[in-house]
Design a protein around this ligand. Sequence first.
Ligand code: GDP
Length: 317
Amino acid sequence: SLKAGIVGLPNVGKSTLFNAVVENGKAQAANFPFCTIEPNVGIVAVPDQRLTVLSHLSKSQRSVPASIEFVDIAGLVKGASQGEGLGNKFLSHIREVDSILQVVRCFEDNDIVHVNGKIDPRSDIEVINLELIFSDLEQEALKHLCLLTMKPLIYVANVAESDLAEPRNNPHVREVMTLASDLQSELVAISAQVESELSELPPEERSEFLGSLGVSESGLGNLIRATYRLLGLRTYFTSGEKETKAWTIQAGMTAPQAAGVIHSDFERGFIRAETVSYDDFVAAGSLAAARERGVLRSEGKDYIVQEGDVMLFRFNV
Ligand code: GDP
């Protein structure tokens, strides 16, 4: 699955965020086969309301969300590219990820030491980005075409819970926002502490807690949406009595390529794809009703799959 690596200076909240995201992910999809492969790697379901709706309409026995793998990459300190800290171990982890989430400390707390003595997002980001650049130079990564500095990067501003409703009121966040937009990147404001508290609450108390902070959902959804946007990813669905399932594809993929995400045989033997948009499916109420209404289209091999398409592939074996 898609891999996102969490980096940042020590004590900015990476582990707190990682643990909370994995716990919240578990809570959101009870029967998803989660695993924590290693202490720093966790697979999380991509939250998607549409999956629940489709699954209900199709009377599916189960629903299977798309998933995203988070990797807590410790050891990125000043000098990591020269082997300081966890140096090389860090580098091997980070080369495997599809996107980088850079956590930047924007919360004040005198009890939690900042490695450079003060909260200074601009300088923190410079340290991290320089290490990524140095790592690229040392690795002769040009040869391997996997430059770290070419990986999509999202800045995650870790804010105090009092800033969660209006993160822009925090000058540190505004600074990160400016930097992020200068670098054609995205910013997501999150409170690692809130995510952590949330993961300890029973599910029925979560929305009230979020409401009391002036937000409607946990930070996980925002993080994942930003990742999908930045990576140009789209979701399509398959939906029947056996299961409803969300599939992640690259924007611009054709119907056979999208089918290939399920199984390479589907791509090779592709004949056509019965396709209906999510909205049309929901308005009709079922695949059969969609067919009667004429909103179920038969698409060929040149069809570009659209966000939210519900698809049924016909193929030769
Ligand atoms: P890491 O070194 O980047 O992985 O940082 P940790 O997640 O271990 O967090 C370092 C310390 O900061 C811990 O004591 C956390 O409880 C605390 N911390 C993390 N996020 C927040 C936050 O949003 N607000 C506050 N006040 N403390 C936080």
